[in-house]
Write a protein that binds this ligand. Structure first.
Ligand code: MG
Length: 319
């Protein structure tokens, strides 16, 4: 939704028996999270963490949930660090531990940041290698953004309204307008808590809609059935790979489509999420591509398709 000079995320290194796992979580201000609070929360359980067995990562995360309420970025960093550690211990990529075929990764969308029409056209042209673009909307500039994008490309588009359309009439008007512009689906058109209003709007349009801010955990998904067509799952929002896997399975069992999303992050975080991507229908894993000085190298993109590194754990190395 904006351009920034820097972003702070939480990166954890877990060293045990001579092997170091690395993990990363991004604090989301929408959920009142901050890097400082995340680090404080980890510090508060540091002594307990030194005594746990990372081979038992499910038991460890259950213990973390009891000792550290909230703090999903900190949880994501811990959980991903343990997966990376286990993968390095057994010398296998995490996708292999999960029984997945790395060829099954989806094509990721590439986000075009909100900007004036000139820079928007420029960004779309620079994104030539990506077959699917994601547009941020929910602002007064929505029509201007769409016009600028359609000036220069006829590519498939996805739209993320980020809860921006605050009344059902406005949301209905925007979705009907988007139906005529080659949009595949729209993410979180209305505020997360406006479930009944969203149900009313969805019944009046043909465009699929995905929950993002309304889908924060496996438990949050059942009430979305009949309202949304799919859910956007991110390890930062739900607290790591274990909860993301639960969300994917719950969503599938309820007949919802699944998407993996992300925040702006380094390749540690995005690669961790990408190892799950053979399980989902759609991916929006471009957070590392939007950073100019990513300190790590991991998942790459070939004509939009996610390419997983073959090294053990997440296969992430220093840039
Ligand atoms: Mg979103």
């Amino acid at each position: 939704m904006a351009t920034t000079d820097y972003r702070q995320t939480v990166v954890i290194q877990l060293t045990r028996d001579g092997v170091t796992g690395i993990g990363e979580g991004v604090p989301i201000s929408r959920y009142q999270e901050s890097p400082h609070a995340a680090l404080q929360a980890i510090d508060a359980i540091h002594t307990w963490l030194e005594g746990v067995d990372p081979w038992q990562f499910r038991k460890v995360m259950a213990g973390v949930a009891e000792r550290m309420p909230g703090q999903f970025a900190a949880k994501a960093a811990l959980d991903t660090a343990m997966y990376d550690w286990v993968g390095k211990q057994v010398q296998a990529p995490v996708y292999r531990l999960l029984g997945l075929d790395p060829q099954d990764t989806p094509v990721t969308s590439f986000s075009i940041g909100v900007d004036e029409p000139g820079p928007t056209r420029q960004k779309v042209m620079e994104a030539e290698a990506f077959p699917i673009l994601k547009l941020k909307m929910g602002l007064t500039s929505d029509e201007m953004t769409m016009a600028a994008v359609r000036d220069v490309t006829q590519k498939r588009l996805r739209v993320d309204a980020n809860e921006g359309w605050k009344t059902r009439d406005l949301a209905l008007q925007k979705l009907r307008w988007l139906e005529g512009h080659g949009v595949e689906f729209v993410e979180q058109p209305m505020p997360a808590e406006m479930i009944e209003e969203t149900r009313w709007v969805r019944a009046r349009v043909n465009l699929p809609i995905f929950a993002d801010e309304a889908a924060v955990s496996a438990e949050s998904i059942p009430k979305l059935v009949g309202v949304y067509d799919g859910v956007n799952i991110s390890i930062d929002k739900c607290g790591g790979i274990q909860e993301a896997l639960r969300m994917i399975h719950v969503a599938k069992a309820l007949g919802l489509k699944t998407m993996l999303g992300c925040m702006v992050a380094t390749s540690v975080n995005i690669t961790a999420a990408a190892h799950l991507s053979p399980l989902v229908d759609y991916a929006d894993l471009d957070g590392n591509l939007l950073v100019t000085n990513d300190p790590y190298r991991g998942v790459t993109v070939d004509h939009g398709k996610l390419v997983l590194p073959k090294g053990p754990g997440f296969g992430v190395t220093p840039a």
